[in-house]
Design a protein around this ligand. Structure first.
Ligand SMILES: *[C@@H]1O[C@H](CO)[C@@H](O)[C@H](O)[C@H]1NC(C)=O
Ligand SMILES: *[C@@H]1O[C@H](CO)[C@@H](O)[C@H](O)[C@H]1NC(C)=O
Ligand SMILES: *[C@@H]1O[C@H](CO)[C@@H](O)[C@H](O)[C@H]1NC(C)=O
Ligand SMILES: *[C@@H]1O[C@H](CO)[C@@H](O)[C@H](O)[C@H]1NC(C)=O
Length: 303
């Protein structure tokens, strides 16, 4: 962990520190989370990329909030940070989209309270906005049929209410789509972006729709304006709209137009090391240590 300014003893941690790789973890409402909430040293990482999967039925979520608190204590006490995202789904692990606004906003309040309460126990560099859409990724749900000003005023209000409730926790919040960011927070770096589909078509692809093809450069530039070197991160993918990149081609992933160059171009601070599975294999392959070190060093340059 790289501290860029000295800390007073006893102060709440406010350090600017490198994140680098973050390790995938999830807790599921109605499931047995005992294995996930117990500390286990993350692999080359000091951050968990934590999915919190809750049911869409208006439950009080107290058991999974307790699991979250225990996980936060167990990891926080070891100096491991959390990047959480709440999404909807069932105890069997399957995902669904958001419920009606009355249930949804109540759930947002519950989790905003949990994220506020945990301040000082665990470091949360950024909260991914979540809640809306499949996987909490702001697509295909009833309030996220479109992006930015293409969406209805009513849906944009729901989106803004979620992000503002999460901002009130005092943590940085990341939105999924640059168009939503511009419509709601025009240019404001208090809010950043996360990208769930990094390198889907390699360098200069649309990242599976993160940037629309018809106005690609505008939205790439906007993303850099608000998110570069601003706790920008996410995960790789290989299965969305423009999926053409072959992640099993290690020479491409590790080459001069590979992931490290992409990370530097967007000033990306963190990456889920376990997605897609081909990247997880590279990450865990001892003969690819140099490549993994290079990617990690690229991530760790950025705040
Ligand atoms: C707040 O966090 C503490 C741990 O820091 C936990 O013991 C407590 O149960 C939490 N309160 C709520 C309401 O979640
Ligand atoms: C940026 O957004 C934050 C959080 O909503 C707000 O407190 C701040 O006033 C905004 N800054 C500007 C310049 O609008
Ligand atoms: C990506 O696009 C930029 C701008 O058009 C170009 O300069 C660069 O060479 C491209 N990189 C790759 C790897 O295609
Ligand atoms: C990135 O952010 C850090 C911390 O805010 C700052 O010190 C550094 O100068 C920034 N780098 C660039 C290239 O903007």
């Amino acid at each position: 962990m790289k501290l860029t300014h000295p800390l007073a003893f006893g102060a709440v941690l406010q350090q600017v520190s490198a994140i680098g790789f973050s390790t995938y973890a999830q807790i599921v409402e109605g499931g047995d989370n005992s294995g996930q909430i117990t500390y286990s040293k993350p692999d080359r990482s000091t951050t968990l990329f934590l999915y919190i999967q809750i049911t869409p039925d208006g439950a009080d979520h107290s058991a999974i909030v307790n699991d979250f608190n225990t996980l936060a204590q167990n990891y926080g006490s070891q100096g491991v940070a959390l990047i959480p995202r709440v999404r909807y789904g069932y105890s069997d692990g399957s995902v669904t989209t958001e419920p009606d606004e009355s249930i949804l906003m109540n759930d947002v309040s519950t989790w905003a309270a949990a994220f506020s309460n945990i301040t000082g126990t665990v470091d949360i560099p950024v909260i991914q906005a979540g809640f809306l859409g499949e996987w909490g990724e702001w697509h295909d749900g009833q309030y996220c049929q479109n992006h930015g000003t293409d969406d209805t005023a009513a849906d944009l209000k729901v989106k803004g209410d979620i992000v503002n409730a999460l901002l009130d926790t005092g943590h940085k919040v990341a939105l999924r789509y640059p168009q939503d960011h511009k419509a709601l927070f025009n240019g404001n770096r208090s809010v950043t972006i996360h990208d769930d589909c990094i390198f889907d078509a390699g360098f200069n692809g649309t990242d599976g729709g993160t940037w629309p093809t018809d106005d690609f450069q505008t939205w790439v530039d906007y993303t850099k304006q608000v998110a570069s070197n601003n706790t920008f991160g996410g995960e790789g993918c290989k299965d969305a709209g423009d999926a053409t990149f072959d992640w099993s081609d290690y020479s491409a992933v590790c080459g001069s137009d590979g992931l490290a160059a992409y990370i530097n171009s967007f000033q990306i601070a963190y990456l889920n090391a376990y997605n897609p599975t081909e990247f997880e294999s590279l990450f865990k392959d001892p003969s690819e240590n140099d490549c993994v070190d290079t990617i990690m060093a690229a991530l760790e340059q950025w705040s």
